[in-house]
Design a protein around this ligand. Structure first.
Ligand code: GLU
Ligand code: ZN
Length: 275
């Protein structure tokens, strides 16, 4: 079995040294084993994604010396692919419509005595969980949420293998009723990534430790949807000055800026900590 890895940036800004590390990590992992490397553009968020950032990503990665298979998968062009999996989860009784505004959720959380926090922020307090589907609110736009407790029950105990941490027990419950489809987009990060990795045959997901928790919910969705489970390698994040993790707003370490300052791709590799 040839290994298939991917780098899956969101075009919401310029790539920085941390992205270069993640991209090279995935590329090298494929190349090392004579495998395949894919690039996927995760652009489901119309508010934050911009074509000029996508152009810059392709340009920076090519300059770095990466080669990827074409056509590049662009999530915004694949929205139909998420409908079938959503329908399957709906048919299993694991999905409900959520009409809440952000403010209603915040107010309910403020009222609650017990307001757990999950990896994606405060856990949704379940306001719409038992709402009848023909409720008066139904003419409002809605998101779709996973019935987390029932989903966990349905899937049973799950684990995945992580190159950095060994066998990990999935604990998706900490997310609460995760969003599967947003109000403005018929999917969510968690659903799109899970479906895409399966459709594209990704056999090893490499990504930063900041997305380690997300794997708990991805593993659950894989089990519910009958998808294979890739191997995972969550790698450390590159730290900037003062030991803080890099963000897209750290201009000095964008690949653009480093290129403009005269660095070459080998120097980027070295800066990112590769041999
Ligand atoms: N698109 C995500 C990001 O840029 C990464 C997705 C993933 O690797 O699962 O943070
Ligand atoms: Zn709701």
């Amino acid at each position: 079995m040839t290994v298939v890895t991917r780098f899956a940036p969101s075009p919401t800004g310029y790539l920085h040294l941390g992205h270069a590390y993640a991209a090279l990590f995935a590329f090298d992992a494929a190349r090392h084993d004579g495998g395949r490397f894919l690039l996927r553009i995760e652009d489901i968020d119309p508010e934050r994604c911009r074509p000029e950032f996508e152009d810059a990503i392709l340009d920076d990665l090519a300059w770095l010396g990466l080669e990827w298979e074409t056509p590049v998968r662009r999530q915004s062009e694949c929205l139909d692919d998420y409908a079938g999996p959503l329908e399957r989860l709906e048919a299993m009784g694991l999905v409900y419509s959520c009409y809440c505004t952000r403010r209603e959720i915040q107010e309910e959380i403020a009222r609650a005595h017990h307001a757990p926090h999950g990896p994606d922020g405060p856990v949704y307090p379940g306001i719409c969980r038992d709402r009848p589907e023909n409720d008066a609110a139904a003419d409002r736009v809605f998101a779709l949420r996973l019935r987390m407790d029932e989903a966990i029950e349905e899937a049973g105990p799950l684990t995945w293998t992580d190159a950095a941490r060994g066998e990990v027990a999935a604990e998706p419950g900490m997310f609460g009723d995760a969003v599967l489809a947003r109000k403005d987009v018929p999917t969510s990060y968690h659903l799109a990534v899970t479906v895409d990795d399966a459709l594209q045959g990704v056999s090893m997901v490499t990504r930063g430790e900041d997305l380690f928790e997300a794997t708990h919910v991805h593993r659950l969705l894989q089990a519910l949807l009958g998808f294979p489970t890739p191997r995972y390698h969550h790698h450390p994040l590159i730290k900037g000055e003062a030991g803080k993790r890099l963000a897209k707003r750290d201009k000095a370490l964008t690949l653009r800026a480093l290129r403009a300052a005269g660095k070459n791709p080998d120097e980027i590799r070295a800066l990112a900590g590769f041999e």
